[in-house]
Design a protein around this ligand. Structure first.
Ligand code: BGC
Length: 793
């Protein structure tokens, strides 16, 4: 099969759609099952297999689910997005993407559900490990590279979750209130980059609402911004069970509902067509895009074949990527380990690794390396080992502490691995605080007291509070390194690989200091982004609140001298050059980061924003030049009044550095421009008051959607407001627990509880097929809503 141009493909798809009956068309709009689109065998259109994503494949050939509970076939578990982003290396992300693409092809997958690219608004977000960064420029660069990599293998990528899905709690019905400038500059900018530069085959709409509209039903987001402004011509697919109103979604541009709801919505779609609320043109457009995707997948398959993936090579790549994303936070010279003397490895995660996060991204790895084995390979059985804590809970005991203390005291150097247990961070819920388990904090004290030559290694998917950060001789953030994370970590500790990572997020001293903490993961139906753009380094740098470790920070094993900063070009199309010389004792690489500071802005802007970066690798004594390009958008602000990106005339300082707070040189340029930015009053502090927030929104702050009366959008957990509902809820829990074969103490337990409690009632209709249809739901709601006497609140 030859590859068609997009126009040819669209024409072919539309020709096929024109031959379908209305019923067939409606049927095409929802999946055939949990993971496949509906096929049209009579037209030679096969079913497309969509599969998670994002850092490995989760292909289920038995029981199915969207939360990673049932088994999946083995696949390479690459490092999670937080680790990959820390490599600040688009080429590496493209390599990982291509490897994912090859595995996908070999497993018959047509679309990989990833990368995930939501902004880390708050480090407590349960799914932070699955996202790249707090910064949209870095997020956009990572996602663009990964999408290109996946699609280079003839497999589609599906960027997700569009948009503003920045917390897990109540994600399925949470109304996210965000002002238009922050929406554009912070939450959409990364998607914009990936969509316009990498042209993903698909975009997944998010569960949550954005300013009162379900993301998958938002004409503003889908028809207006995604398709209209950015020219996206691919498929928009719902997140699993996210559809709230299928006709409204169709009108807005949501093409495909996933998974199958067994025709539950068909009658409503047909009625909407009869009433003219959905037009035939809208129906046909969605069907054409579903068929277009299937044609594209078939072309990709035909062009690339389905050779088995090289799993050994992919494991090696996963190892390289994990080392590249490992961040050396501090080091008094103890690292790399000299190889002399005795070593104690302490920490249960060295033997029972935490290497990925729970939920829909859970991969069944092809192999699993542990740090303990990798260190024993190098240092033999003489290496001492003590668990220190329980890997499931992080709790320690008097005995475990005593063992750890003895092992530490007897060794010349200690590697102590601590971090978040699987239950502490997961898809489906957020972290209530940013601390490590108390037992591990005690262990850090005990071990560093017993031996100051201790290297503490963190394994976790998001920042933790590190009040004790200056106790160890070195501190390493290994994040969640995937199936080869254990050996990669040994590579870094022993100096076979350099710690290539730089933080793609800020580590606050304490979670409470973050303005987003005032409105995070608390209210069941609404979240107000009153902090506007003051997320991550944008907050720390603008308000002079030093983080524990700043955005962009990360040490290597060598040092560099920076010189000869120069800027060339016209207007906003500039090239910034800087020379680095490796002045240390070994070969190594540095990430040159370019931040733009608007000196004369008439609008409140962040102190500085990342607008470019480049990694350079230099041999000992070698010098090399880095060139980073800037364009109009590097200087622009989103002007809400004119809905345009504008550049103000004036001075801009271009700052280059090894982190957001380790700036090495700067140059001021004067940009000429006729753009007139509309004046906007800025809130006095980092958190907008009612009046200030209303001014930013352009309307009064909306009241949160009520929990009563119950509607199709109410969560199953809301049933607990009535006596009858509490009994129904208990029954639903029981049935779900049995169906998912959950054991007591299952690591996925809390996520499953959250998933059930937060599943909207409409989701039950989709989940049960038509056995419990919308008519049943409406009847049940009428009864439940009458039971007001039994209301608890
Ligand atoms: C997640 C998506 C995932 C989908 C399918 C949802 O719960 O939010 O990221 O792709 O399930 O597993």
């Amino acid at each position: 099969m030859s590859v068609m141009t997009p126009q040819e493909r669209a024409a072919r798809a539309s020709q096929i759609v024109s031959g379908l009956s209305r019923t067939q068309k409606i049927g095409l709009l929802s999946g055939a099952d949990f993971w496949h689109t509906t096929a049209l065998p009579q037209h030679g259109i096969g079913a497309v297999h969509l599969s998670d994503g994002p850092h490995g494949l989760r292909v289920q050939d038995g029981a199915v689910d969207h939360v990673g509970q049932a088994a999946s076939v083995p696949a390479t578990c690459f490092p999670t997005a937080v680790t990959l982003a820390s490599a600040w290396d688009p080429d590496l992300l493209a390599e990982v993407g291509a490897a994912l693409g090859r595995e996908a092809r070999a497993l018959g997958v047509g679309v990989v559900l990833g990368p995930g690219m939501n902004i880390k608004r708050h480090p407590g977000g349960g799914r932070s490990f699955e996202y790249f960064s707090e910064d949209p420029f870095l997020t956009g660069a990572c996602a663009t590279a990964m999408v290109r990599g996946i699609q280079s293998e003839g497999v589609g990528a599906c960027v997700k979750h569009f948009a503003v899905n920045n917390q897990e709690s109540n994600r399925m019905r949470l109304d996210t209130i965000v002002d238009p400038r922050t929406l554009r500059e912070l939450y959409l900018a990364g998607f914009e980059t990936a969509v316009t530069r990498a042209a993903p085959w698909a975009v997944m709409s998010a569960y949550n609402l954005v300013n009162g509209e379900h993301a998958g039903e938002s004409r503003t987001l889908l028809a207006g911004i995604l398709r209209g402004e950015w020219g996206f011509d691919g498929l928009v697919v719902s997140d699993w069970f996210a559809v709230a109103d299928r006709p409204a979604g169709l009108r807005a541009g949501l093409d495909l509902e996933m998974p199958s709801s067994s025709g539950a919505w068909d009658a409503r779609v047909a009625a909407a067509l009869d009433a003219g609320a959905v037009t035939v043109a809208e129906l046909d457009a969605a069907c054409t895009r579903v068929v277009g995707l299937a044609l594209r997948v078939a072309e990709g398959k035909a062009a690339a074949g389905a050779a088995p993936a090289d799993l050994a090579a992919n494991h090696a790549l996963a190892r390289r990527a994990a080392a590249a994303g490992t961040v050396l936070l501090s080091n008094d010279g103890v690292l790399p380990l000299s190889g002399e003397g005795t070593i104690a490895v302490i920490g249960a995660f060295a033997r029972t690794p935490r290497y990925q996060g729970a939920g829909s991204s859970l991969v069944n790895p092809t192999r699993l390396d542990t740090l303990l084995d990798a260190m024993r390979e190098r240092h033999g059985e003489t290496l001492a080992w003590a668990p220190g804590y329980d890997p499931d809970t992080g709790a320690t005991s008097v005995d475990l502490l005593a063992q750890a203390r003895a092992a530490a005291a007897a060794a010349d150097v200690v590697v102590l691995v601590v971090g978040l247990p699987a239950r502490a961070e997961s898809e489906g819920y957020d972290r209530p605080h940013l601390r490590l388990p108390v037992g591990q904090e005690t262990l850090v004290q005990v071990v560093t007291d017993a031996n100051p030559r201790t290297v503490v290694v963190l394994v976790n998917g998001a920042p933790v509070e590190l009040g004790w950060a200056d106790r160890p001789a070195a501190l390493v953030e290994a994040y969640l390194g995937g199936q080869a994370g254990g050996s990669a970590l040994a590579d870094v500790l022993c100096g076979d690989a350099e710690p290539g990572g730089r933080l793609a997020e800020s580590f606050p001293v304490a979670g409470e200091e973050l303005p987003a903490s005032a409105n995070f993961s608390a209210h069941p139906t609404q979240v107000q982004y009153r902090e506007g753009p003051w997320v991550g380094y944008r907050f720390h740098d603008t308000f002079g609140v030093a983080p524990r470790f700043c955005f962009g920070h990360g040490l290597g094993y060598t040092s560099f001298a920076w010189s000869d900063l120069s800027v060339e070009g016209d207007g906003t199309d500039l090239t910034v050059r800087v020379t680095l010389t490796n002045t240390g004792s070994r070969a190594g690489s540095e990430v040159v980061q370019l931040y733009v500071h608007d000196v004369t802005s008439s609008l409140r802007r962040p102190e500085q924003e990342l607008k470019g970066f480049a990694r350079i690798r230099l041999e000992l004594g070698e010098a090399g030049q880095v060139a980073i390009g800037l364009d109009r958008r590097s200087f622009a602000v989103y002007d809400v009044a004119t809905a345009a990106w504008l550049v103000e005339a004036g001075e801009y300082e271009l700052r280059v550095g090894a982190s957001s707070r380790d700036l090495r040189a700067s140059a001021v340029v004067t940009v000429a421009s006729d753009d007139v930015v509309t004046p906007v009053a800025a809130p006095a502090g980092p958190l907008a008051s009612d009046a200030e927030f209303a001014a930013l929104l352009g309307h009064p702050v909306p009241t949160a959607p009520p929990l009563w009366p119950l509607t199709e959008d109410s969560a199953i957990g809301d049933l607990r407001q009535t006596w009858l509902g509490r009994r129904l809820y208990a029954l639903a829990n029981l049935v779900a627990g049995r169906r998912l074969a959950l054991d007591e103490g299952d690591a996925n337990g809390p996520m499953m509880e959250a998933a059930l409690a937060e599943m909207p009632l409409r989701g039950v209709v989709a989940y049960t097929g038509r056995r419990f249809g919308f008519t049943h739901l409406q009847a049940a709601l009428a009864v439940l809503n009458r039971a007001t006497i039994r209301r608890r609140r």
